[in-house]
Ligand binder design. Structure first.
Ligand code: HEC
Ligand code: HEC
Length: 290
């Protein structure tokens, strides 16, 4: 009798322990998966932002040879040149003392820029704290040369670049433009350009696009692009691919961007648009009268 009680008690206990073990294991698995998913999402978001705002100067994988370049250093080697254990970290730049970690340093540089150089102060350009944080995380993930395995996994799994390249769904109830090429250009314009440009003559982060190909040009720069070249198909195509400009590169614009005295540089869009898509955008820009 006592023996039977002891046996059933043993099995009951064993079941409880086993169930607890399974439950606990699943919870930690789920926690780990959630964390991984959050990290992946942040890296994906960081990658998209990096490609849009940084790659033109610092290169697509942080190798430092983007099409605009402007003397921008490689970012994929920061761990080796300025990370813990280096002179720059402990003494020369005082990164440890001033920022605590290399990641914080990167965040601070993105937010505040480097005065007197082409490195823009992105906070002033209207970049949000969550964007800055995600870009810094992505820059830290690309340490060690090529984009790190973590970031690569992320890109594969979450299709960061593909997501950024997907056109938005067409706006319902909006009549198509007469010219199908210009109509396709309008859709393309709304994918990325419209985050910095209105299709009117109002300034945003960049000049309003209205009138670009008209007799008087845009309100900001007239018939001359910010790089000093005249507005024509070939020059506008080149400008959109390479970007450039920024304070000191040209005479001040006739209007100021939202919340600022001067326009910052435009990041080249070559990584985000094909030549054909840019040609469609140009056809669309030609329909915008001032
Ligand atoms: C218009 C070109 C340009 C763009 C766009 C740009 N940078 Fe820079 N960046 C530079 C230049 C030039 C420097 C070096 C400045 C100097 O001489 O110290 C620099 C320096 C840096 C540094 C410091 C590197 C070091 O060795 O300490 C970091 C970090 C950095 N950039 C990150 C970014 C990130 C992230 C973005 C996108 C949000 C970005 N940059 C966009 C031009 C650019
Ligand atoms: C991250 C913001 C940003 C994005 C995205 C962007 N631009 Fe710009 N763009 C600018 C800024 C800033 C300037 C002004 C540069 C200057 O003044 O030096 C500019 C200037 C221009 C100009 C010259 C305007 C003039 O008055 O001469 C054209 C044209 C232009 N952008 C087209 C485009 C097109 C088309 C796209 C999308 C394929 C695009 N931009 C994407 C920020 C952006």
């Amino acid at each position: 009798m006592t023996k039977n009680i002891a046996i059933s008690l043993f099995f009951t206990l064993a079941t409880v322990v086993l169930l607890g073990y399974i439950w606990f294991g699943q919870t930690t698995d789920r926690l780990a998966a959630t964390n991984l998913r959050e990290t992946a999402l942040e890296l994906e978001f960081g990658q998209r932002n990096y490609e849009q705002y940084c790659a033109s100067c610092h290169g697509l994988s942080g190798e430092g040879a983007g099409p605009v370049n402007a003397g921008a250093p490689a970012l994929s080697v920061l761990q080796d040149t300025k990370g813990p254990g280096t002179e720059a970290f402990t003494t020369t730049n005082g990164i440890q003392k001033k920022y605590g970690s290399l990641g914080n340093y990167v965040e601070a540089i993105i937010a505040n820029g480097i005065r007197g150089t082409a490195m823009p102060a992105w906070e002033q350009q209207g970049m949000r704290p969550d964007q800055i944080k995600a870009i810094a995380a992505y820059v830290m993930a690309m340490q060690g040369g090529a984009v790190s395995p973590v970031a690569q996994e992320t890109a594969k799994e979450w299709k960061a670049t593909e997501v950024a390249k997907l056109p938005p769904a067409p706006t319902p109830n909006e009549p198509p433009l007469d010219d199908p090429v210009a109509d396709a250009g309008r859709t393309q314009f709304r994918r990325v350009c419209s985050s910095c440009h209105y299709a009117t003559d109002q300034p945003l982060i960049g000049p309003g696009m209205a009138g670009l190909f008209g007799p008087e040009g845009t309100k900001s720069y007239g018939t001359i692009l910010p790089n000093g070249k005249e507005v024509n198909d070939a020059n506008v195509l080149e400008w959109i691919k390479v970007g450039g400009g920024g304070p000191g590169v040209h005479p001040p614009a006739a209007d100021a961007p939202v919340g600022q005295a001067e326009y910052g540089p435009m990041p080249g869009q070559a990584g985000l648009y094909t030549d054909e898509e840019i040609t469609q955008i140009i056809a669309y820009l030609k329909t915008l009268e001032r």
